[in-house]
Design a protein around this ligand. Structure first.
Ligand SMILES: NC(=O)c1ccc[n+]([C@@H]2O[C@H](COP(=O)([O-])OP(=O)(O)OC[C@H]3O[C@@H](n4cnc5c(N)ncnc54)[C@H](OP(=O)(O)O)[C@@H]3O)[C@@H](O)[C@H]2O)c1
Length: 281
């Protein structure tokens, strides 16, 4: 199969390029400046043919999006519209990555794939619009929502916590944000498995199984790098004033994957133990 990956230089893009190649597929990786997904002429010139276009390009600066919603909208909504139309024109399947931020974040049961979306901030609004743009412009798509992503090739929460633990005796981490830490390598693997399984068009959730909060994740990170988890103190999100609101509850259901017989990503703590040597080698 011939894949084209847009946003190939990003955190997920790196690992997706590697996984697609390892799967024996042809792959072309594109990113700025060789493609600008907000420009239809650029997309048409850069992607002549493909079986799969995987769009992992995005405006991901959650706080900056509050002041630059128009720019974020171009990348997160107009770009997916252009890619969906182009994919339809050349007969390619479009994979598009979305986020837990499309939900309100106040539930206490895992969000269903067809749950009501209610984004609280600019980033979530623009990503929600991107989902609608994909559904409205092609019939052959996989929208995969992910959350709490970490990877070797980007700024990641585990790397930040490790660095902080080297300069601080104690860490204060929030307990009132619950989610599913997810390794880019696992998400890349899921995307390839979905395509290889010829999954029906629709919306899926690509996060680890189980749930924790940032405090619990940090304790495990400390344990696996040989530090005492007891250095991690509990705090609440109210202690960290940031421009964009964060969801308190970001746990995503994997029912749509289970319904089609595609195995969801494993438990977040097992997957962190597998990721740690790769992340910090
Ligand atoms: N990171 C998370 O925790 C998280 C959580 C939930 C969902 N997601 C979603 O997962 C996906 C991958 O995220 P990531 O963390 O891998 O993102 P990332 O590291 O920020 O990578 C995004 C890539 O897209 C490129 N890009 C930006 N604007 C573009 C344009 N107009 N045309 C072409 N390329 C463009 C960026 O280039 P520049 O660097 O030059 O701008 C960057 O290389 C995104 O859809 C994101 O919304 C991420």
């Amino acid at each position: 199969m011939r894949w084209v990956i847009t946003g190939a230089s990003g955190m997920l893009g790196h690992d997706l390029m590697e996984r697609v190649q390892r799967g024996g597929h042809e792959v072309i990786g594109l990113d700025l400046p060789e493609i600008d997904i907000t420009d239809a002429a650029s997309v048409a010139a850069a992607i002549e043919s493909a079986d799969v276009i995987a769009n992992v390009a995005a405006y991901t600066a959650v706080d900056a999006a509050e002041e630059n919603e128009n720019v974020a909208f171009m990348v997160n909504a107009v770009g997916p519209q252009i890619l969906a139309r182009h994919a339809k024109k050349i007969g390619a399947r479009l994979i598009h990555i979305s986020t837990d931020y499309v939900f309100g974040g106040e539930d206490s049961e895992p969000y269903a794939e067809d749950g009501v979306i209610a984004p609280k901030g600019a980033y979530g609004r623009t990503k929600a619009a991107g989902e609608w743009a994909v559904r409205a412009n092609t019939d052959d798509y996989l929208i995969v929502r992910t959350a709490w992503l970490y990877g070797k090739n980007g700024k990641s929460f585990p790397a930040t916590m490790k660095a902080l633990s080297e300069t601080h005796e104690r860490l204060s981490v929030v307990t009132d944000e619950v989610g599913q830490p997810t390794w880019t390598v696992d998400l890349a693997d899921l995307l390839v498995r979905l395509v290889e399984a010829n999954a029906p068009s629709g919306t899926y959730h690509g996060t680890s199984s189980g749930q924790t909060n940032w405090w619990g994740f940090t304790r495990l990170i400390m344990e696996t790098i040989g530090k005492d988890p007891a250095i991690v103190d509990e705090t609440t999100a109210a202690a960290f004033q940031r421009p964009a609101p964060r969801p308190h509850y970001s746990v995503l259901s994997h029912k749509a994957l289970e319904d089609i017989g595609v195995e969801p990503i494993g438990a977040w703590d097992d997957r962190w133990r597998a990721a740690k040597p790769v992340m910090f080698d």
